[in-house]
Design a protein around this ligand. Structure first.
Ligand code: PDD
Length: 285
């Protein structure tokens, strides 16, 4: 069945949705995005996603296409129109359409915005249950990974390399240290039970799920440290896991063919997953 999507102010059937060939998102990846998850038909952690959308827009001197209330109304409307019980809402804002030229177009150029939903089983997931294997590879992205742009070619190549290697995902490495997963933040738990995840900076995306999980970690009195770690340290850890809006928390049980801990998820990652889902459902909009 065809989805209803949202394009520049209109709800249309996906096969009728049209974007200009001059849209700067299409031509220059001059565009930012957010992915919010949906559970029980409600938006999860969406305040954080809207806040980060503004941060990305500000960093690139782009304007918002609508007020927050309007944006959230469209998100909710799409969830309802498409009958999404569990899945994702994708939201993209571009600098708009103008004749191809590198500098910003005229100040009165209207931003472009599109949204669509994806139905997806998020709670019942074999990867959440059994954990995933990842490979490591060099992080070849640009230096402003804290901005959530659609310039995702490095991640496309990373995920494809993982797939070809029989892995579910890739952890990217720069100057000897893990930056993050191809579309998620990376965590390890050391042999003493201390949780470690890379500190924020221009090198990684400030994950909304990462922030919520760290709040829970604090509440649970789990010792944690925000610092860089190497692939060797991760291989020697007792646990590893990833966080993102589309996975929540997935255990990582193998890195570059080396089993992590006993090769089975837990105990920390499954517990954080359960806490995250319960907590965010209680706050869902
Ligand atoms: N990706 N790091 C990168 C590079 C990401 O692309 C993402 C999210 C994250 C996790 O951020 P959050 O917890 O806010 O989802 C970290 C989304 C899900 C995507 O591109 O589909």
């Amino acid at each position: 069945m065809s989805r209803t999507v949202f394009v520049n102010g209109e709800f249309v059937a996906e096969e009728n949705a049209k974007i200009s060939v001059f849209d700067r998102g299409f031509l220059f990846a001059d565009s930012v995005y957010e992915v919010s998850s949906v559970l029980q038909g409600k938006l999860i952690d969406n305040k954080g996603h809207i806040k980060r959308l503004h941060r990305s827009l500000n960093e690139l001197k782009m304007s918002a296409p609508a007020t927050d209330d309007e944006i959230v109304r469209v998100q909710k409307d799409l969830i309802e129109r498409n009958g999404i019980h569990e899945g994702l809402v994708y939201l993209q804002v571009s600098r708009g359409s103008a004749d191809r030229d590198f500098p910003f177009p005229a100040a009165d150029t209207k931003p472009g915005w599109v949204m669509f939903t994806q139905a997806k089983q998020l709670i019942e997931s074999p990867h959440a249950q059994n954990g995933i294997n990842v490979i490591s590879l060099p992080d070849i992205r640009w230096k402003r990974r804290d901005i959530k742009t659609v310039g995702l070619l490095a991640q496309v190549l990373a995920k494809q390399a993982a797939k070809e290697a029989g892995a579910v995902d890739a952890w990217m490495v720069e100057d000897g240290y893990v930056t993050e997963g191809s579309s998620n933040n990376a965590f390890i738990v050391d042999k003493e039970g201390k949780l470690i995840t890379r500190h924020l900076g221009n090198e990684i995306l400030p994950g909304i799920t990462r922030a919520s999980v760290l709040e829970l970690v604090e509440k649970e009195n789990i010792v944690f440290e925000e610092r860089s770690f190497t692939i060797d340290e991760a291989k020697f850890a007792s646990e590893a896991f990833i966080t993102s809006a589309s996975t929540f928390v997935w255990p990582v049980v193998e890195i570059d063919g080396t089993q992590i801990g006993d090769g089975k998820p837990g105990p920390v990652a499954p517990k954080l997953r359960e806490l995250y889902i319960r907590n965010s459902l209680a706050r869902a909009e």
